[in-house]
Design a protein around this ligand. Structure first.
Ligand code: PLP
Length: 399
């Protein structure tokens, strides 16, 4: 018998790694590819937070031009191309009436690098960091890697974060609060008053707010996103990227925006981490900021149709419930308890019997094991409809 070695417990590996496990989302990605090879039915994946809507051609053309320019074969300035930061500052002024200088912006390799740079710059060993539950699974591991202690706060029934819950969770060790609206995995949003109540509660107690606004531009039914820095310019670190807003997940361009006191240490971590984001991708990203609004409107039209179809596909089965309105991002987060199973069991049954992939709620915290995340970023309407047919057919037979 071979005994599997736990590499994380090896003396050759840093102790901090014993608390880190690979992301279940990546495992799902690998599983999907493995199953696709042996399955006769097309795998319909509502798994990853990827988008299959084409990136704007002007962005691609600019990338090709940049690749032929020797200047883009070099490191960019640490903080990112000046012209890109200038365009970002202009965007935050127009969109949110926020005045940032180019020195208050650092361009990173996506939100993910921006987040880990921020955690390393802020957290001392043992500092507590509040996160939502459920929330994007990467935060907990990144905070742990930086030496912090993760303190999850359960969201309410509508997947909103209540100021009172934040107030109760704050202790003398609380260093920061990670906000994420529109929220991954729920697609829930918060209105201005709700964001204001949370931000003010944290600020009053000296807790810094790290606001991951990766989905800021993807909202439905007229919901207007509030940037947390509109409420408190001095205490909010904005994290965002081009990934979701411009269908550029593979370009890996994101950024941090913050008051100088907070940005300077973050930018130092960035310097020693990656030196700079990919130069050609930064040049292409600048074009995205100048893209006509019609491009984004077309993307939103596609997502609106997929959202409607996805809600229909999953909720027409008795026992699958969506009792809140997911007005942002490209996820829905239904509860499957009514089927007599939890989210993990449901996702296994769906994969085995319908060749459909969804992500169990346990990937996003401990508060919502009966839910599953359904991403409609990567399937067209026809495939979503087909998924609905498969789900209805299976559950009408088995229940
Ligand atoms: C909430 C949230 N933040 C950050 C990211 C990562 O974004 P990026 O591609 O900019 O690194 C994701 C990706 O799914 C996400 O859902």
């Amino acid at each position: 018998m071979t005994v599997e070695k736990n590499i994380f417990d090896s003396k050759r590996i840093a102790i901090r790694m014993s608390q880190i496990r690979p992301s279940g989302l990546r495992k799902l990605f690998d599983l999907e590819h493995k199953i696709a090879k042996s399955s006769s039915l097309k795998i319909l994946s509502f798994g990853l937070g990827n988008l299959n809507i084409p990136t704007m051609p002007e962005i691609i053309n600019q990338l090709k031009i940049a690749l032929d320019d020797p200047l883009s074969h070099r490191y960019s300035p640490n903080a990112g191309l000046f012209e890109l930061r200038e365009a970002l500052a202009a965007r935050y002024k127009t969109e949110y009436h926020l005045d940032y200088s180019t020195d208050q912006i650092v361009v990173t390799s996506g939100c993910l690098e921006a987040l880990i740079d921020t955690f390393f710059a802020l957290i001392n060993p043992g500092d507590e960091v509040l996160i939502q539950d459920p929330t994007f699974g990467y935060y907990a591991s990144q905070i742990t890697l930086a030496g912090g202690v993760v303190r999850p706060i359960p969201l309410n029934d509508k997947f909103e974060l209540e100021a009172e819950a934040v107030n109760e969770a704050i202790t003398s060790k609380t260093k920061a609060l990670v906000l994420n609206f529109p929220c991954n995995p729920t697609g829930s949003v918060m209105n201005r008053e709700q964001i204001q109540a949370v931000v003010e509660t944290a600020t009053d107690k000296g807790v810094t707010i790290i606001s991951d606004e990766a989905y800021e531009a993807i909202t439905f039914n007229g919901h207007k996103h509030t940037c947390a820095a509109e409420i408190d310019y001095d205490n909010v670190i904005i994290i965002s990227s081009f990934s979701k807003t411009y269908c550029m997940t593979g370009f890996r361009v994101g950024y941090v925006i913050a008051p100088p006191e907070l940005l300077t240490p973050i930018s130092l971590v960035h310097q020693y981490n990656t030196a700079c984001a990919n130069s050609p991708a930064q040049i292409a990203a600048r074009i995205a900021l100048h893209s006509p609004s019609s491009i984004r409107e077309a993307m939103m039209e596609t997502l609106i149709k997929r959202r409607t179809e996805t809600i229909k596909a999953f909720t027409s089965v008795k026992g699958i419930e969506l009792n809140y309105n997911p007005l942002g991002a490209f996820y829905i987060y239904p509860n499957v308890r009514g089927l007599g199973m939890n989210g993990t069991e449901f996702s296994e049954i769906l994969l085995e019997n319908c060749q459909i992939i969804v992500v169990p709620g346990t990937e996003f915290g401990t508060a919502t094991p009966d839910h599953v995340r359904v991403s409609y970023g990567f399937l067209n309407q026809e495939d979503i409809r087909e998924a609905g047919t498969r789900i209805q057919s299976y559950f009408s037979k088995s229940h």
